[in-house]
Design a protein around this ligand. Structure first.
Ligand code: FAD
Length: 292
């Protein structure tokens, strides 16, 4: 495309979460139309561990598919459910037209233990889903190492097991230190992982809650982000500009190293994600206004 854009074309997918209220689900339609204007490869919709969003996730997946005609991946976690329940749910999803799944173990709510007759980790879940139907399956990867991992190597071995069980790609947890993503991809390749590893990109929406959330999931927040976002709590416009700039610089850095496919955690907010796409030359199909 030339100009200021990365040399190789960039492709994106957009992650959404199912809103809690009917009104939220209605409003999401507009967000989805705006995001669809950037021509993502697909959308994905998260799923509350333990099935807390089962109906809402399925409804949002269906709504996004009908509104956009684009593929939609249904996240599915296996904690708190038996194998038979998960298999039956997967069968229903397949029958309703779902072809893509992001297969996750999920986190147990406090005080609960894994169901003895359930899938115990995401590798077992992937194998189970493959037995149900020919889903296209993505799994999670952790460049900064999952908090429960015994070591970085055992974490990587587990990722390989998930892919060997039948997943076709991995999406990473968000990481702000881009070199860590590149080193992780190198280590994965050296370990014989050939599947695409798609960086998850988190445009910062609320810095305080991002810091809280990151503590729980093992994602580190570099000190320089404090300098970038500190004091912007009450300056949403400037914060959005800084967030879009940071995310597009990260994608550019990765693109310069040959990584051109990104999964954007939109947090159901279209503006920053769309700004990132614009800055990367992701070709808009129609204007965001037209789509709205
Ligand atoms: P697993 O990969 O099964 O396990 C997590 C880690 O534990 C592994 O990385 C490994 O280090 C260790 N481990 C587990 N089993 C073994 C084993 N048998 N041997 C050795 N090590 C093992 N959560 C939700 O609730 N809903 C969502 O929609 C959702 N979407 C996500 C999307 C992405 C892209 C990412 C990165 C995360 C998402 N999560 C979601 C969060 C995820 O559920 C948590 O990170 C959870 O703690 C682990 O799930 P997993 O699928 O990575 O589990």
């Amino acid at each position: 495309m030339g100009g200021p854009f990365p040399e190789n074309p960039i492709t994106v997918s957009f992650e959404l979460f199912p809103p809690k209220t009917e009104r939220g689900i209605d409003n999401l339609g507009r967000t989805v139309a705006q995001l669809a204007s950037a021509g993502p490869q697909y959308f994905s919709v998260t799923y509350g561990a333990g099935g807390t969003t089962r109906d809402r996730t399925a409804r949002v997946v269906d709504m996004v598919r009908r509104h956009t005609g684009l593929p939609v991946a249904h996240h599915l976690t296996c904690v708190g459910a038996s194998r038979a329940e998960i298999d039956a749910q997967a069968q229903r999803l397949w029958e309703s037209g779902v072809r893509k799944i992001v297969a996750l173990r999920g986190d147990l709510p406090e005080g609960q233990t894994l169901a003895p007759d359930g899938y115990h980790d995401a590798a077992e879940l992937v194998a189970g889903l493959r037995r149900v139907a020919d889903f296209d399956i993505a799994v999670a990867a952790y460049p900064e190492v999952h908090p429960e991992a015994a070591s970085a190597q055992s974490d990587l071995d587990h990722l390989k097991r998930k892919l060997d069980a039948g997943a076709s790609r991995a999406i990473t947890q968000y990481v702000f230190d881009t070199d860590k993503i590149l080193r992780f991809i190198d280590r994965a390749r050296a370990a014989g992982i050939e599947a695409p590893i798609v960086p998850g990109i988190m445009p910062v929406a609320n810095f305080a809650s991002l810091k809280r959330f990151s503590e729980g999931c093992g994602a580190s927040i570099p000190d320089w982000m404090e300098a970038m976002f500190g004091g912007l709590d009450d300056a949403p416009d400037m914060r959005a500009m800084v967030a879009a700039s940071l995310a597009s610089v990260q994608c550019r850095h990765l693109a310069a190293e040959g990584v051109t496919d990104f999964h954007i955690y939109t947090l159901n907010k279209p503006d920053v994600s769309l700004s990132v796409c614009r800055a990367l030359g992701v070709p808009a199909r129609i204007s965001a206004e037209e789509a709205a």
